[in-house]
Design a binder for this molecule. Structure first.
Ligand SMILES: Nc1ncnc2c1ncn2[C@@H]1O[C@H](COP(=O)(O)OP(=O)(O)OP(=O)(O)O)[C@@H](O)[C@H]1O
Length: 262
């Protein structure tokens, strides 16, 4: 198992956010963190990327317990994480090419020409080759997300975290990003953990997932989002996963609206 979370309890000071969180993510799997607003999805993501320490329980990466490991091991584990933040989090004064080169520079494995070549390759893959020299302020939200994805994967991390990748995107840009994520999984075999509210996106890409409940402060379902949508017994999970899902819109009741030009 690439990532294993066992009996995790998350708190801000004395305030309990979630407890009893356990799941594993294999290589080549897309895992969704689901739940209503404020249930603790971002908090869980912060625990997974090593920004917050568990109040109880463990986060294990390739068999190493992140929080009992020494600092050097932790840094080494962190260097294997790619992260796409909600906003794209690009450096505004740097071109897309410079933004995408940056993780390679920090990694220190390639010389400058090799870094540029690799960054061009990844920008071309996300369809931004022609925008390589533009600044983030001069491109659309969907392009920013794709640039953020390029930056997150340029070092080929084995574990990729996506925070609300489709938020704020129109349906076509969102679909395009989903296709890129699926292609990435095929090509690199990395494990991907995604936090998302976008049901069509979750249904399209996730193989497995966990549903956090704000009321009980515990996970209330675990499984493939499509299966949870169709078979979950918990009413909160069913209600959430049927919301806004175009495959499951209720059929109109009563007489059909008459055609405007019969
Ligand atoms: N730094 C913090 N200190 C204290 N409480 C926090 C902090 N960050 C978040 N919280 C609280 O923890 C709870 C979970 O927040 P979190 O952002 O993880 O939820 P979420 O599921 O990601 O929400 P959303 O879907 O709205 O983004 C919320 O009640 C929030 O107010």
């Amino acid at each position: 198992m690439l990532l294993q979370v066992t009996d995790l309890e998350m708190r801000y000071g004395p305030r309990l956010i979630q407890s009893g969180v356990s799941f594993g993510v294999e290589r080549g799997t897309i895992f969704a963190i689901m739940g209503g607003s404020g249930c603790g999805k971002s908090t869980l993501l912060r625990h997974l990327v090593g920004l917050l320490a568990p109040a109880y329980g463990t986060v294990t990466i390739e068999g190493t317990d992140f929080w009992t490991a020494d600092t050097a091991t932790r840094e080494q584990l962190r260097s294997g994480f790619g992260m796409l933040f909600q906003s794209g989090a690009l450096w505004s004064s740097m071109s897309l090419l410079e933004n995408v080169c940056l993780p390679l520079e920090l990694q220190g494995k390639l010389d400058a020409p090799a870094r540029e070549a690799r960054a061009h390759e990844v920008l071309a893959w996300v369809g931004l080759e022609d925008a390589a020299h533009q600044l983030p302020a001069d491109i659309s939200g969907g392009m920013k997300k794709r640039a953020g994805l390029a930056r997150a994967i340029v070092t080929e991390p084995p574990l990729l975290f996506l925070d609300e990748p489709s938020a704020g995107l129109d349906p076509i840009s969102s679909r395009r990003l989903d296709d890129l994520v699926l292609e990435l999984r095929e090509r690199s075999g990395c494990a991907i953990v995604v936090v998302s509210h976008e049901l069509p996106s979750l249904m399209a890409i996730a193989d497995d997932g966990i549903f956090l409940d704000a009321d009980s402060k515990r996970p209330i379902a675990h499984g493939r989002p499509r299966d949870l949508r169709d078979h979950a017994s918990h009413p909160t999970v069913r209600a959430f996963l049927h919301r806004e899902d175009p495959d499951h819109r209720p059929q109109p009741v009563g007489p059909q609206t008459p055609a405007l030009n019969p």
